[in-house]
Design a protein. Structure first.
Length: 346
């Protein structure tokens, strides 16, 4: 009989869970004791951006509630087929920023590598839902070309692994990639942008934590959590394991109408994240991608929310309200007039 190591067992666990994710709208609704007629504008068979929701993430949703904030993030609606002014397939200028297949240069000192073209969950507001992943070419060849390009650029100090989701690579594949990046002398930090610690917590294996904790490069893991209900027991344990391994944990959220566009929701999120050793980092205004207009919150309403957050939370728990502007040299702060300042002046 073959005996597998603990790390191998955990790896199989997350891969099996991902393979069993919901991919059909009727199956997800049945799991949540919902009927299609409870959800106006439901798209029961979305194509080409199909439904994908891990069962563990679905288990965090409230059965019988068609307005559950986690469900709203992943449930396809016919509103996604509307074409709205100002919305596009590439709202953040990814394509003009490509300097090698799968390698993007937008900001000074940093390069973003699309390490994997798939995700473990399909968020309906995803700014890369139209990205041409199929055009990137074979994985091994493009990663090699990207690393060659990084090696020749002495201005870089940080590489960001994104996607898709980089943690969908196996531990062995990540170890090989980490080793190649760590061998580039000008690099100081390795940043990973991922949704998996919350939507698929089993992915945070002991081997993964050891890999990140043993890097020459300083590891920074930026998770994407939009609502406190996403921080289930599995996610909390996974995040605390990462932090115990020496990984700096930050969170970036997207401000989404009907999901987290209240001061109560955003306050609970910041408090819950900090309980898991995660520091709130960015609150993004929605990227104006085709199919996501029904999630948009106005800048005026976003500013009012930020005022209420600042009034009730310590400063280190208040994320920065920003938007990504194609061609800009950094994330752009969303400016708004503060009524708090005006009242003090009066």
């Amino acid at each position: 009989m073959v005996t597998r190591s603990i790390a191998q067992c955990h790896s199989q666990d997350w891969q099996t869970e991902l393979a069993q994710a919901f991919t059909r709208v009727p199956d997800l609704l049945a799991f949540l004791d919902l009927h299609a007629d409870q959800i106006p504008n439901l798209d029961p068979d979305p194509e080409p951006f199909r439904l994908l929701v891990p069962r563990g993430f679905a288990a965090l949703m409230m059965p019988g509630d068609p307005c559950d904030p986690l469900l709203r993030q992943v449930l396809p609606l016919r509103d996604e087929h509307l074409r709205c002014p100002g919305f596009s397939q590439d709202p953040v200028g990814d394509r003009p920023a490509v300097c090698a297949p799968g390698l993007l240069r937008k900001y000074a000192g940093r390069a973003l590598l699309i390490a994997h073209g798939a995700c473990a969950v399909h968020c309906r507001y995803c700014f890369r839902r139209h990205f041409p992943y199929a055009e990137l070419g074979p994985h091994r060849a493009r990663i090699a070309a990207a690393i060659d390009r990084i090696q020749t650029d002495n201005s870089l100090s940080e590489v960001i692994l994104s996607g898709g989701d980089p943690l969908l690579l196996s531990d062995d594949a990540l170890a090989a990639l980490f080793a190649r990046l760590a061998a580039i002398p000008q690099l100081r930090r390795l940043r990973l942008h991922t949704r998996l610690p919350t939507v698929l917590p089993a992915r945070v294996t002991e081997q993964l934590c050891a890999l990140l904790g043993g890097l020459r490069l300083t590891p920074v893991l930026v998770v994407h959590v939009n609502h406190a209900d996403e921080l289930g027991a599995g996610a909390r344990a996974a995040l605390r394991r990462l932090r115990a391994g020496g990984v700096t944990l930050l969170n970036q959220s997207v401000l989404l109408r009907g999901v987290n566009d209240t001061a109560d929701a955003l306050s609970a999120l910041s408090e819950g994240l900090f309980d898991c050793a995660v520091l709130p980092y960015y609150l993004h205004q929605l990227d104006l991608v085709h199919g996501a207009a029904h999630f948009e919150v106005t800048d005026r309403d976003a500013g009012a929310l930020m005022e209420r957050l600042r009034a009730r939370l310590p400063g280190y728990l208040v994320p920065r309200l920003v938007r990504e502007v194609a061609g800009a040299p950094c994330k752009v702060p969303v400016a708004f007039r503060s009524s708090l300042t005006d009242s003090v002046r009066r």
